[in-house]
Design a protein around this ligand. Structure first.
Ligand SMILES: [Mg+2]
Length: 294
């Protein structure tokens, strides 16, 4: 059994629902029913008795794009654990790119970032190369960068606070830096942060990192370890946008790609392309009157 939920333009949902069912059936999917749900605005839900989730996602993408989608074999519910990427998922920037701007190195560093996110460059070497370019930058540049350039993604705080209010543990995992992630986590309500730490010597970035690297395998390991702590059968949610989020997204009960790069989007159970991060709550079926807006 699969449940597939779609949020798109209301007219588009009603106009394309029959075509979507026909396209799924033509590809061997047994559709038991389709109906609008009203638990939080308009969400179109397909009950699928038998079918390949990848086929269902392809059909929904073709019929409803731009859309927000979740296809799952678990009845959507509040997860016990939420693990999210930070850069371009919970905040509207790549911190290292913004920091590089202070050092006058933005083009050099952004080019390496982009190649890493597209999966064309090994994450650790890309990270170390970029951090080395930042050597000599003053520690004050981080605070200035945070204050002037780092804004939360729309819906981020509502998503985190609402999940927390429903008993979900929230963890921010980032291939970026604690110097950014700690204040961002505090602002958005995350209870735990796992990330990399820029080494600071005499008030300046040394060009190195302190301790072990947080990469894609660590992101996935954090998800699995925290879920294990919470107990067997813990339902997990992961959100991310880049190649280094893929293992975490694949390991989660619900892996959702947010405004994601194609490879991450293809690996996920669903995506948010159209709405803000609160549409993750809509896809999970958490009613709007239970959201935390503070
Ligand atoms: Mg990211």
């Amino acid at each position: 059994m699969l449940i597939a939920r779609v949020i798109a333009e209301p007219e588009q949902m009603s106009a394309h629902v029959d075509a979507a069912i026909a396209a799924m059936k033509a590809r061997g999917t047994v559709v038991a029913g389709a109906a609008m749900t009203d638990f939080c605005g308009n969400v179109l839900e397909f009950d699928i008795a038998e079918g390949d989730p990848a086929v269902v996602r392809e059909v929904l993408d073709a019929q409803f794009a731009p859309s927000d989608v979740l296809v799952t074999d678990h009845e959507p519910r509040v997860p016990g654990l939420f693990v999210s990427d930070m850069d371009s998922t919970m905040i509207m920037a790549e911190c290292i790119d913004e920091l590089a701007d202070f050092a006058g190195l933005k083009p050099q560093i952004a080019a390496i970032t982009e190649r890493a996110m597209q999966g064309e460059l090994d994450f650790e070497s890309a990270l170390r190369e970029r951090v080395l370019l930042l050597r000599g930058l003053s520690e004050g540049a981080i605070a200035e960068c945070l204050a002037t350039r780092i804004a939360p993604m729309p819906g981020a705080r509502v998503l985190v606070e609402t999940l927390k209010a429903h008993g979900c543990k929230t963890v921010l995992v980032t291939g970026g830096f604690h110097q950014f992630a700690d204040p961002v986590a505090e602002q958005l309500g995350f209870e735990m942060v796992v990330g990399n730490r820029l080494e600071v010597l005499g008030g300046e970035l040394s060009g190195g990192l302190v301790g072990a690297i947080t990469d894609s395998s660590v992101k996935k390991a954090v998800l699995l370890e925290e879920a294990a702590h919470l107990g067997e059968g813990t339902v997990t949610l992961a959100t991310g946008d880049g190649a280094n989020d893929i293992p975490m997204i694949e390991a989660a009960t619900y892996g959702i790609a947010y405004a994601a790069k194609p490879k991450a989007r293809a690996a996920a159970d669903g995506w948010v392309d159209r709405g803000d991060l609160t549409n993750v709550l809509n896809l999970l079926g958490i009613p709007r009157d239970q959201w935390v807006w503070e």
